[in-house]
Design a binder for this molecule. Sequence first.
Ligand SMILES: Nc1ncnc2c1ncn2[C@@H]1O[C@H](COP(=O)(O)OP(=O)(O)OP(=O)(O)O)[C@@H](O)[C@H]1O
Ligand SMILES: O=C(O)C1=C[C@@H](O)[C@@H](O)[C@H](O)C1
Ligand SMILES: [Mg+2]
Length: 180
Amino acid sequence: MFTDLLRDNVMRNIVLVGFMGTGKTTVGRLIAEKTGMPLVDMDSMIVKRAGKSINEIFAEDGEPHFRLLERELVKELSARSDQIISTGGGIVLNPENIADFEETGLVVCLLADAGSVLERVRHDSARPLLAGDKEAKVIALLESRKPLYEAIAHKIDTSGRPSPAPTAQEIIDLYESNSR
Ligand SMILES: Nc1ncnc2c1ncn2[C@@H]1O[C@H](COP(=O)(O)OP(=O)(O)OP(=O)(O)O)[C@@H](O)[C@H]1O
Ligand SMILES: O=C(O)C1=C[C@@H](O)[C@@H](O)[C@H](O)C1
Ligand SMILES: [Mg+2]
């Protein structure tokens, strides 16, 4: 009985993790469109609930407060099923977040090399951790977080892929083969 419940629930969510600019939001949106499952973009939900931007949360309340908001939202979302969840890039910083998501979903890590990330986030100033010398920050942060992203079992390297569509389809195929 218990194993039946576990088996029924184990692949219910699709959770996208990865560094900034790897395409979690964009690919999540496409998967939601193709499958009809609802999308929860964690950054957008945090912004909506806080009533201020991520830049404002970091500047006014500090990064530790943002990580707490993320942690609370992970607990809430991992208790639900049948959603696509696009996480923020720093979700891997707390291993409890990944453990919780793995309980009820397929966790997929999107990877991209520094050049591809820079190309994708070049004109965007909504990411406080990349303020200032964007190139230096991407290279340093990507390097320091690499082991955390590499530790995720399912990974897709999106480097040099001009379109998010093949990545979305790959994830849908993986989800379907894991749900069978
Ligand atoms: N192959 C690709 N896959 C996904 N996104 C791509 C790809 N090529 C270019 N992009 C573009 O990269 C940009 C950044 O993607 P997106 O905002 O989805 O990243 P993210 O992983 O959600 O970042 P963050 O962690 O900061 O929320 C988007 O404008 C998207 O259109
Ligand atoms: O990689 C990170 O630490 C972040 C990524 C974004 O998605 C946002 O969650 C925020 O800008 C922090
Ligand atoms: Mg995003």
